[in-house]
Design a protein around this ligand. Structure first.
Ligand SMILES: Cc1ncc(COP(=O)(O)O)c(C=O)c1O
Length: 279
């Protein structure tokens, strides 16, 4: 970012009211996507020359990303395959929705196909959060969204898949989880790095830790199919490479990574703040 001329301030910064308040309350916080969104929205609202562009969660972002699933459909057709399982990692939900949404109609019409949405155990929004109205950011600047949420005040532990450290989830993906069309799964960070390394060694691509969540579950699905002596077509969304995550791989290989399981107390505290929003 510096190379292309940006001035970079790690969030929470002292440049916004939201950032300063968070720093006062949690001086050693690792930050979160919810906090960064509050700062970005505030900055855009208070500067005439600034615009805020949504990167995930909202419906129009999900729709734009469906080019992924539409292309996947074409590729599968060329390969003469029908998918049995589609797997994607979920932070805000956009890469997962992009892959899966074009196949939802097929499932509703009766095609046997499983959609697996993978999240970290450290930020288990879909597997442990309620489906209710909440803010999309920590400082409550966004409109309320009906979604699975751990509470806008929840700051996830500092795992390496930073893109999955979001307290909420796309309302459209949330609705499909709620209707039982999408199945949520949570996995730990040591599991995903182990699978990422197996993938790199066999496929020659080093995945982003976020994408490695999908890769891990795809490997588990493949082993399940093998055990059941079934030949299945399992599709993953490779949402990004891990070339900017080499320090994380270093930490994993040095045995420094910790797993965080469902941080119950932190989540209960954050959910208590949702009283009055329909929880
Ligand atoms: C490589 C990668 N994959 C997945 C995600 C998760 O975001 P989303 O759920 O919106 O696709 C991120 C977010 O930053 C990411 O960087």
């Amino acid at each position: 970012m510096h190379i292309w001329g940006a001035e970079v301030f790690p969030s929470p910064t002292n440049k916004t009211h939201a950032g300063r308040e968070i720093r006062k309350k949690y001086p050693n916080t690792a930050g979160s996507l919810g906090i960064a969104i509050s700062e970005a929205v505030e900055d855009a609202a208070s500067h005439k020359n600034a615009k805020y562009s949504l990167g995930s969660v909202l419906n129009h972002v999900m729709m734009h990303q469906t080019v992924i699933g539409l292309e996947t459909k074409q590729q599968l057709k060329i390969a003469g395959e029908k998918p049995d399982v589609l797997v994607g990692a979920v932070g805000g939900g956009s890469n997962f929705a992009g892959l899966v949404f074009p196949f939802v109609k097929d499932k509703i019409k009766g095609q046997k196909i499983e959609f697996l949405a993978v999240e970290p155990t450290a930020c288990p929004t879909m597997t442990h959060g309620p489906f209710c109205y909440d803010y999309g950011d920590t400082a409550k600047l966004t409109p309320l969204l009906k979604m699975y949420t751990l509470g806008h005040g929840f700051i996830p532990p500092g795992i390496h898949a930073g893109g999955l450290r979001y307290h909420g989830c796309s309302p459209l993906v949330s609705l499909l989880v709620n209707k039982g069309i999408v199945k949520p799964v949570s996995v730990t960070q040591t599991q995903i790095f182990k699978s990422a390394i197996l993938f790199a060694q066999t496929e020659g691509h080093l995945p982003a830790p976020e994408s490695a969540h999908a890769i891990h579950v795809a490997i588990e699905e493949a082993l399940r199919a093998k055990k059941q002596k079934k030949s299945e077509c399992i599709v993953i969304n490779y949402s990004g490479h891990g070339h900017f995550d080499l320090a994380a791989y270093d930490n994993y290989l040095a045995g420094h990574l910790k797993d965080y399981h469902y941080p119950k107390e932190l989540i209960h505290k954050a959910l208590a703040e949702l009283k009055g929003l329909g929880v």
